[in-house]
Design a protein. Structure first.
Length: 101
């Protein structure tokens, strides 16, 4: 499953002027950082990817110019991700690949 920049811009119109070439790496990072299986559904995973990528864009120099970061260095997207999405993770603390050395 791959979330696209076009889908991202529909959800977050405040980033509509950002080039896809700037959005795509943040979406790729968010997808790499998050485990789809941990969310229990594709819908929740996609929402997490959207909000995490929005947070990554907001803390970037572009987002800082748009004043998407508050004085404490937090973003609305990061706060929503942390407070509303993270508690929905179904699988926590599982290690694949045989565990720790």
């Amino acid at each position: 499953m791959a979330v696209t920049a076009a889908e991202f811009k529909i959800r977050f119109s405040e980033f509509s002027q950002v080039a896809d070439t700037d959005i795509d790496p943040k979406l790729a990072d968010a997808q790499a950082f998050l485990d789809e299986g941990a969310w229990g559904s594709t819908d929740l995973y996609e929402r997490a990817v959207f909000y995490y990528a929005a947070h990554l864009l907001a803390i970037s120099p572009y987002g800082q110019q748009l004043q998407l970061v508050n004085d404490g260095g937090k973003t609305v997207y990061g706060e929503l991700y942390r407070n509303q999405l993270l508690p929905l993770i179904r699988r926590r603390g599982q290690i694949s690949g045989g565990g720790l050395p």
